[in-house]
Design a protein around this ligand. Structure first.
Ligand code: HEC
Length: 291
């Protein structure tokens, strides 16, 4: 008898649990459009505009085997980019490197390298740099020219480790060399932000004019109360304008306030708002925004 009773209770709990979880979605789903406003903090280094690009696929067979033409090309690249620090003869004694600590690598000595002396390791050095130790990255040099300069560096000492096929395959897998690399375009964060804002806030002009109107209004109670209860008036106005279709009476406005109010630009004190205050604000909003 008791056994049956417990089973009944269990079944009841399961059913109730199911009903609860089935409804929890509708409770937590955010039905209001978010308010996106410009970030006013200053970005010291914003990202630069970069066009998308496709680096040409590299013929690895050619690139990884030092041919005489390869070495001639490598010498040109070396003299353009590397001599200033690593010196004409690769001894790490270039003028620009005199005060660097650690000093630029001497390519005649093969011990104690940071990344290493293998072709793949030097490639990594050029791709990523060893920035904390004063060696910049040179990923602006095309992969083929990078191989060329690597071969040139390796002429300074006959004991550089020989490249094996595995090493080159791994390099290819890491940097997708034989396929060519697609680099997506990049735009500054501030520009992206503008796009986002205009997408979310088609009514930016309205938002700005209502915002300054309320900001300057020190006589009407509705405006004063809005300012009293907002932590960020601009965000709040944005949220209201973006959701004006969903606010058609006091009750809607009360619902609007009670969900994610902090994100909408309200202060936490908004939970203590009285019915009268709510009604005053709503009536005021009806005149300036919601008509
Ligand atoms: C502004 C000075 C400077 C320039 C220009 C420069 N390097 Fe360096 N490079 C350094 C310094 C400093 C180090 C030492 C870093 C270390 O010890 O980890 C270094 C180290 C290296 C290393 C050794 C990395 C290792 O594993 O220890 C390689 C290889 C290298 N540079 C190649 C080049 C090539 C190729 C160029 C030209 C495309 C170049 N560097 C241009 C300063 C420079």
């Amino acid at each position: 008898m008791f056994g049956l009773f417990f089973i009944l209770i269990l079944v009841l709990i399961i059913i109730l649990g199911h009903v609860y979880t089935a409804n929890i979605n509708t409770i937590s789903v955010n039905k209001y459009t978010p308010a996106v406003v410009p970030d006013t903090s200053t970005l010291v280094d914003d990202l630069p505009f970069i066009k998308s690009s496709l680096t040409q696929p590299v013929d690895l067979q050619k690139a990884s085997n030092p041919s005489p033409e390869n070495i001639v090309k490598g010498k040109q690249v070396y003299e353009t980019y590397c001599t200033s620090c690593h010196g004409n003869e690769g001894k790490g004694d270039g003028l620009a490197g005199v005060n660097l600590k650690p000093p630029p690598r001497n390519f005649h000595i093969l011990t104690e390298w940071t990344n290493g002396t293998k072709i793949s390791e030097i490639y990594k050095t050029l791709e990523e740099g060893i920035v904390s130790r004063g060696m910049a990255q040179y990923n602006n040099i095309s992969p083929e020219d990078r191989f060329a300069v690597i071969h040139y560096i390796r002429t300074f000492n006959k004991d550089y480790p020989i490249a094996d096929e595995n090493e080159i395959t791994m390099l290819d897998n890491t940097y997708s060399l034989s396929k060519g690399v697609y680099k997506p375009a990049q735009i500054p964060v501030r520009t992206a932000e503008k796009f986002l804002i205009s997408q979310y806030n088609p009514e930016e002009n309205k938002i700005n004019s209502v915002y300054s109107m309320i900001e300057l209004n020190n006589s009407e109670n509705g405006a004063l109360l809005l300012k009293k209860y907002s932590s960020n008036l601009k965000t709040l106005i944005t949220a209201i304008v973006n959701n004006k279709d969903k606010i058609t009476n006091d009750n809607d406005f009360s619902n609007f306030i009670s969900t994610s109010s902090l994100q909408k630009g309200f202060k936490s004190e908004i939970t203590q708002i009285t019915k009268e205050e709510l009604s005053v604000i709503y009536t005021y909003l009806k005149n300036v925004i919601l008509k």
